[in-house]
Each structure stands twice: as structure tokens, then as C-alpha cells.
Design a binder for this molecule. Structure first.
Ligand code: NDP
Length: 328
């Protein structure tokens, strides 16, 4: 089977040479272990951080080891009484066609009403991230205006739809007309501002005529500063990501004046640090997807060897919705 390891650490943007594809013989299972054939690999912005040596909230990805990553797949062999061949599971098997586990940290998946791939998106870590920021930090009331950046992406698309379900005005910020059209016409946001069009401030003001009560921030930099400038008194900010800075770019918060003037409550969070909330959050998100109340879109790269380019593309905004790699 094949896997991809981290061959070297990138400086600035990731390059294909930072990865190496390897072939390995199928492992033998020990008593209590099971083997999973990975169907989909999740690509996520956090992976850029793990590729660096810099200290962060998580340890760096070791060199010459399988690249980290969330996966969903099917049990193909089992010496574990809790898991049977043919069951679907989510786990962190990384960039590999095959995973071996003792069963701990695996989540069994019901694929009868939710598609397998959705467990890496709307009903997985990104969906949980949207749920957390919405319910634990922003807590918007009906009629309030919620702004979310990277609005067409895995996390952002869920945030705006959850805001609509709460009766809020949902305003997205995304790159390009096609993404903005999708956010409004398909996902049902009230408005979406194309930050690449060059009139961010005026366009956002027009899209949020009553000001902004809550921001779900995924990008940082100018996008965030502009939204901060339009906040109402006692606005909440769920600071989720700053993808504009993941290749080492400076992403200062310049609009600190707005933070004080509007008594803004800003909180950063890392969703994996709140495992106690995941069962409830994933149950909520799963029900919404099963009922057709939460839509999502996927960008699917084909085959393990396509993963490096797809990750590079994700960090440049070339994805349109949740970025996956389909292995079979
Ligand atoms: P997305 O599916 O949203 O993909 C990333 C998107 O970011 C791109 O498509 C692009 O959309 C947008 N983007 C905006 N500015 C830039 C820029 N300067 N460079 C590159 N891309 C840019 O990814 P996710 O939904 O998985 O993640 C969204 C954010 O949430 C990320 O910041 C991520 O790190 C964060 N996150 C945080 C978690 C936490 O626990 N705190 C957990 C999960 C995710 P466009 O074309 O519209 O610009």
C-alpha cells in the first residue's frame, strides 16, 4: 500500500518536494487490532502549521512519518471484538491508503443517512468548529447580524447556515463572484461580499446595514479589521483561524480601537480541546445534514498522489468547499 510522509519542512509556501510517496507491505495485525482501508482523506488548513517546527498548540509533524490527517474508511480485517469487517469508521490515519488501530480513538459511522465523506466535513471536525463558535462563543439572537469569512469553505459554509437557522442575518465574505453566488443562492446567506473585488469596506457596510453583532473569523488581516470596524456595541468574535497568515505572513489586528470602543468580546478557540462537546455537536450537525437543512460542497482530488497539490491549492483558496482526497 502507499503512504505519503513529510520529507522536509517548507519555508513559506508548501512545495511538492516537501512530501515523499512510499510503498509499504501490508502490516500483520496483532490481537486486538483492526485494519482500515481509507476511502477519503481530509485536507485542512491546520496541516500547514504542523509542517513547521515552530511551537504551537500542537506538536509538529515528525519528518519521515505519515502526514497527519483525518480519514474515513472501511474495516477490512479485524482481530478486535468491537469492530467487524465492513463497518465504517473515522480516525486519524493520515495520508495513507491503510490504517491499523487498536480501536481507541475510532468513531463508528452510520452511513445510512449521512454520506461517508460528510463525516470529514459538516459532520466532522469542520462542522464541529462551526457549531462550537456559534453555540459557545457568538450565541447570536434572532435578528442579529453574523459575519463569517472564508464563507464558502468547510467551516464558513456551516457557520452561515447555522446563523440562518437561528433567525440571524448571515453575511459571508469570500473570494470571487462564483463563491459568493454559491453562498447566497445555494446556502441561503442573506449576502456575500467578494473581498477580491476591491471595495471590501463599502460592500460589507452595505451587506450589514445594521452593523455586525458577531464575527466568525477564519482569515485575519484586512478582512478581519474591516469587519471589526463595523461591529456594534458588545459584539462577539469567535477567532477560529487566520489563514491569511499561515505561510508566515504578518496578520496584525490593527483595529484595536474598535475592540475597546465597541466593548467587543473576542475569544480564540481550538475545537479539539473541547472533546466533551463533540458528541452533542456532531449529533446536531448530523441531524441537520440528514434532514437536508445543512448543505455543503466538496472539492475532491483523486488518488493519494494528488494530496500534496490539493493541500497547496487549499492554502491558496483554490478549493471550493471541503477539500478531500478520494482514495477509492
Ligand atoms: P476552507 O474550506 O474554508 O478553505 C480555506 C479557504 O480560506 C480558501 O478556500 C479561501 O477561500 C480562504 N482564504 C481566505 N483568505 C485566504 C488567504 N489569504 N489565503 C488562502 N486562503 C484564503 O477551510 P476550512 O473550512 O477547513 O478552515 C477555515 C478556517 O478555519 C481556517 O482558518 C482554519 O485554520 C480554521 N479552523 C480552525 C479550527 C479551530 O479549532 N480553531 C478548526 C478547523 C478550522 P476564498 O477563496 O473565499 O478566499
Amino acid at each position: 500500500y502507499q503512504r505519503i510522509v513529510l520529507a522536509s519542512r517548507p519555508r513559506g509556501e508548501i512545495k511538492p518536494e516537501n512530501f515523499r510517496l512510499e510503498s509499504l507491505p501490508l502490516p500483520q495485525l496483532a490481537e486486538g487490532e483492526l485494519m482500515v482501508r481509507v476511502h477519503y482523506l481530509s485536507l485542512d488548513p491546520y496541516m500547514r502549521g504542523r509542517m513547521s517546527e515552530a511551537k504551537s498548540y500542537a506538536a509538529p509533524q515528525p519528518l519521515d512519518a505519515t502526514m497527519i490527517g483525518g480519514t474515513v474508511g472501511e474495516v477490512i480485517e479485524s482481530r478486535n471484538t468491537q469492530f467487524s469487517v465492513g463497518e465504517f469508521v473515522a480516525g486519524m490515519f493520515g495520508w495513507s491508503e491503510i490504517g491499523v488501530s487498536d480501536g481507541s480513538l475510532l468513531r463508528k459511522l452510520d452511513v445510512s443517512s449521512v454520506p461517508l465523506s460528510a463525516y470529514l466535513g459538516a459532520v466532522g471536525m469542520p462542522g464541529m468548529t462551526a457549531w462550537y463558535g456559534m453555540n459557545q462563543i457568538m450565541q447570536p439572537k434572532a435578528g442579529e447580524t453574523v459575519v463569517v469569512s472564508a464563507a464558502s469553505g468547510a467551516v464558513g459554509s456551516a457557520v452561515g447556515q447555522l446563523a440562518k437557522l437561528r433567525g440571524c442575518r448571515a453575511v459571508g465574505i469570500a473570494g470571487g463572484k462564483e463563491k459568493c453566488d454559491y453562498v447566497v443562492n445555494e446556502l441561503g446567506f442573506d449576502a456575500c461580499v467578494d473581498y477580491k473585488a476591491g471595495n471590501l469596506k463599502a460592500d460589507l457596510k452595505a451587506a450589514a446595514p445594521d452593523g455586525i453583532d458577531a464575527i466568525f473569523e477564519n482569515v485575519g488581516g484586512e478582512v478581519f479589521d474591516t469587519a471589526l470596524g463595523l461591529t456594534n456595541a458588545f459584539a462577539r468574535v469567535a477567532l477560529c483561524g487566520m489563514i491569511a497568515g499561515y505561510n508566515g505572513e504578518d496578520v496584525p489586528i490593527r483595529n484595536s480601537r474598535a475592540l475597546l470602543k465597541n466593548r467587543v468580546n473576542l475569544r480564540g478557540f481550538i475545537v479539539t480541546e473541547h472533546p466533551e462537546l463533540w458528541p452533542q455537536g456532531l449529533a446536531d450537525m448530523g441531524a441537520l445534514v440528514a434532514q437536508g437543512k445543512l448543505k455543503y460542497r466538496e472539492s475532491v482530488a483523486q488518488g493519494l498522489a494528488a494530496a500534496p497539490e490539493a493541500l497547496i491549492g487549499l492554502l491558496k483558496g483554490r478549493n471550493f468547499g471541503k477539500q478531500l482526497v478520494k482514495l477509492i
